[in-house]
Design a protein around this ligand. Structure first.
Ligand code: ZN
Length: 247
């Protein structure tokens, strides 16, 4: 599931991409009211692009996306800044291979984390996160509100694709925005399936080690999934606008 590094080449492209990514996350079931965010590195290394705080994923328009400098200064955009931008700056500082980061507080991942049971490869989505398993950051369930916490979260992440934060949420990375978003959506889907199986009875069957060793999610399918999420989210938004038009 690897793609080439891809940073939007202009400010407007970065803002549009974060808007689309946010709406894709909403359509993919990652919403927690107005909390959670997705970021991408700035093309000139001035900082990171992410939404202003106070908006749900589905509400993020390009003009509600900010460029936040590495020191936390809002360089482009208006509105309040998310406190947890420090998750993003901490991980980017530690991982030169990461171009995009998703932080979400989604229901199924939080419920699964509370069980502290391993991810089982019950589906293709589960196969991504069961070999190897995601690390956990157990230091605090509260907000990542200091640079030091951001650094220690990045240490817990290590070279993994993501890290679980029990009683809070998770952080997912990608070489580009579609990869980070798709990994986040697939983790929530994998957790949903596992919870359903665990609540129904004893789980007796999952993918073999041989299947796991052979398994790979092709980049073109990551792109196809991303395209589906974005066009579905935008189509739903368009239908909502039409429904609100006066007769
Ligand atoms: Zn959070």
């Amino acid at each position: 599931m690897t793609t080439s590094l891809q940073v939007p080449g202009t400010d407007s492209a970065a803002a549009r991409l974060i808007s689309e990514a946010s709406k894709a996350l909403a359509f993919g079931g990652l919403s927690d009211l107005v909390w959670g965010h997705v970021s991408v590195r700035d093309h000139a290394n001035r900082g990171i692009w992410m939404k202003e705080s106070g908006l749900g994923f589905e509400e993020v328009a390009p003009d509600s996306v900010q460029l936040i400098g590495w020191d936390g200064t809002v360089l482009v955009g208006t509105g309040p800044r998310h406190i947890e931008y420090l998750i993003h700056t901490g991980v980017y500082a530690a991982r030169a291979d990461v171009t995009s980061i998703v932080h979400a507080h989604s229901d199924a991942v939080n419920a699964w984390c509370s069980l502290d049971v391993p991810m089982r490869p019950l589906t293709h989505a589960g196969m991504i996160f069961s070999n190897p398993e995601l690390p956990r950051f157990d230091e605090t369930a509260n907000l990542i509100r200091t640079p030091e916490l951001g650094e220690r979260l990045a240490e817990a992440l290590g070279d993994a694709v993501g890290v679980l934060i029990p009683q809070h949420g998770f952080v997912m990375t990608g070489e580009d925005v579609p990869t980070a978003v798709m990994r986040a959506v697939l983790l929530e889907r994998a957790a949903t399936t596992l919870l359903a199986a665990l609540s129904a009875g004893e789980v007796r069957s999952w993918a073999s080690d041989a299947d796991l060793a052979e398994f790979a999610w092709p980049p073109n399918q990551i792109q196809a999934g991303w395209n589906y999420l974005v066009r579905s989210a935008l189509a739903m938004e368009a239908r909502t606008v039409v429904e609100r038009l006066p007769l």
